[in-house]
Design a binder for this molecule. Structure first.
Ligand code: HEC
Ligand code: HEC
Ligand code: HEC
Ligand code: HEC
Length: 414
């Protein structure tokens, strides 16, 4: 190649490279420019009204208000007819709907079936920014008040104050049950990393809990660990049952939406992800980068939620998610069939003339265990996606224990 030709190429290539470099740098900076509109510090430290934040954080307010689109709320009974059998004797058997957006919590709770109001004022704990103020106002009596006694005091759904300190907009844990559970685990609350906080703000509500006997204080049963077997062991040791199944006579415990517990130790959590990475991806508003405040299925905006890391095509990824979720549903249905069968086998045994009481008691214990593992999956949102291996493992345990319960019940009446 002649040196003139080389010079000519260089003459064209160098400016092109410089322009490209500048564009890349601009894009990079632009994407790292986190939107923190000010002025910070003017809001009241206990501001429960999210609309008050709108003037300072308009992009976040707009994003938050898009949650209004998320209105679907199908009943869980539609695709899981067995719920009526397994929840018999408990409020959930009367009504159990899929969740919808954070904006509708007050509206939804005020129209729940009366059978579900027994838990009292505690029901509001995950539904409103006003909860910390009510806990302050009523002290420990808050947990003992009835649903109807307190319902008119709540007007604000989940909002800014639930996750932020209005003075600094730092992430903040506002619910005592989570703080107490972490302290009992020996965690120093001043040393939680930012990445951990991006999950812990969700773990204030997207966790399983129970009402401590007598005080009815909301408590996270995590002292032995957060996995299904640890929590069952915790309840067994405490001798705790939430209700007695009217057909089988077994004392049962009820898991609730254990998204956080399930997510821990999953592939994604081990890779360092937090809930916010998938559920609050960065979006660009004008020339600013804003964490999306539309809490929804990440599959609705898969480009932002997943494709940053999974750069192969989104159809392939969606297919993977579908496979995980349909395997979960299939195994869940099989495990549920085993548990329902156990319930009626035990009922028959209990009515038999010469029933073997030892075997009957053992069958009931197995029903308690099988239902716990099954229900842990049923009530956890995401249909197994948050931790596929653990989910299928729990369902296998449920199936095995369900069959063993039926077997023992039959032996008990032989
Ligand atoms: C103060 C309690 C609370 C906090 C904090 C909270 N959530 Fe929620 N979340 C709820 C409740 C309650 C619902 C169901 C609302 C309904 O159906 O009325 C819900 C619903 C959702 C839904 C919608 C489900 C659907 O089917 O559309 C998603 C997604 C979600 N939350 C994700 C998150 C994430 C991610 C975080 C943390 C960044 C978080 N939530 C923090 C209580 C909370
Ligand atoms: C369910 C919890 C939750 C609620 C409710 C919530 N936020 Fe956030 N917010 C977060 C998380 C998580 C982040 C990301 C923080 C981080 O990574 O530093 C965030 C980030 C922010 C930021 C920092 C900039 C950014 O986009 O990352 C601002 C400002 C903000 N939120 C404003 C608001 C306002 C205003 C409201 C009420 C209208 C609100 N948030 C409600 C969880 C929440
Ligand atoms: C790796 C990405 C990822 C992470 C991290 C993640 N999720 Fe999810 N989440 C999903 C996917 C995918 C679904 C299934 C959505 C569907 O079926 O449409 C889901 C579903 C949900 C749902 C039900 C939403 C609906 O519309 O059905 C809730 C609530 C939820 N996740 C909360 C959480 C919480 C709380 C955390 C942290 C403890 C978390 N997720 C962490 C990807 C993630
Ligand atoms: C911050 C990066 C990141 C984001 C965002 C992310 N993932 Fe992943 N994902 C990973 C890593 C890392 C692995 C582990 C990969 C490996 O070991 O090969 C993984 C593994 C997976 C796997 C296989 C492992 C399993 O649990 O079955 C699936 C499926 C998956 N991701 C789906 C998703 C979906 C769907 C989303 C969006 C809702 C998402 N991911 C968002 C980083 C991410």
């Amino acid at each position: 190649m002649s040196s003139i030709r080389v010079k000519r190429i260089a003459l064209i290539a160098i400016p092109v490279l410089i322009v490209l470099l500048v564009v890349v740098l601009l894009l990079f900076n632009h994407n790292n420019n986190i939107d923190l509109e000010g002025p910070i510090g003017e809001l009241d430290a206990n501001e429960a009204n999210s609309a008050a934040f709108a003037q300072f954080y308009p992009a976040h307010w707009d994003s938050y208000m898009t949650n209004a689109d998320n209105i679907e709320q199908p009943s869980h009974f539609e695709h899981k007819p067995y719920l009526k059998d397994i929840y018999a004797g408990f409020g959930f058997a009367a009504e159990y709907n899929e969740p919808r957006s954070h904006l509708y919590t007050i509206e939804d709770i005020l129209k729940i079936d009366p059978a579900r109001k027994k838990a009292g004022a505690s029901c509001f704990t995950c539904k409103s920014t006003q909860v910390p103020a009510m806990m302050e106002k009523y002290g420990d009596d808050y947990y003992l008040m009835s649903f109807d006694d307190i319902k008119d005091e709540f007007t604000e759904p989940i909002g800014c104050l639930d996750c932020h300190d209005p003075k600094t907009m730092d992430l903040k844990i506002s619910r005592p049950a989570l703080k107490e559970a972490l302290e009992r685990q020996g965690r120093d609350l001043d040393k939680l990393s930012q990445q951990e906080m991006r999950s812990l703000v969700c773990a204030q509500c997207h966790v399983t809990y129970y009402f401590y006997p007598e005080t009815k204080r909301i408590t996270f049963p995590w002292d032995k660990g957060v996995k299904a077997d640890n929590i069952l062991e915790y309840y067994d040791e405490l001798g705790y049952s939430e209700w007695v199944h009217p057909n089988s006579g077994a004392g049962l415990v009820k898991p609730r939406h254990a998204e956080y517990e399930t997510f821990l130790e999953s592939t994604h959590q081990s890779a360092g992800l937090s809930c916010a990475d998938c559920h609050m991806p960065y979006t660009v508003v004008g020339n600013k980068k804003v964490s999306s405040h539309k809490w929804q299925s990440p599959l609705n905006n898969i480009e932002q939620s997943c494709m940053n890391c999974h750069r192969n095509n989104s159809d392939w990824l969606l297919d993977r998610v579908n496979t995980i979720q349909s395997q979960t549903k299939q195994s869940q249905d099989l495990a549920a069939a085993a548990v329902v069968n156990a319930i009626y086998e035990i009922e028959k045994a209990a009515q038999a003339a010469n029933v073997n009481e030892t075997k009957l008691a053992e069958a009931r214990k197995l029903h308690r265990e099988a239902q716990w593992y099954l229900d842990f999956i049923i009530v956890t949102n995401g249909y197994g996606f948050h931790n596929p291996t653990e989910t299928l493992n729990n369902l296998n345990i449920a199936m095995d224990k369900g069959y063993k319960a039926s077997q023992l019940a039959r032996e008990a009446r032989d």
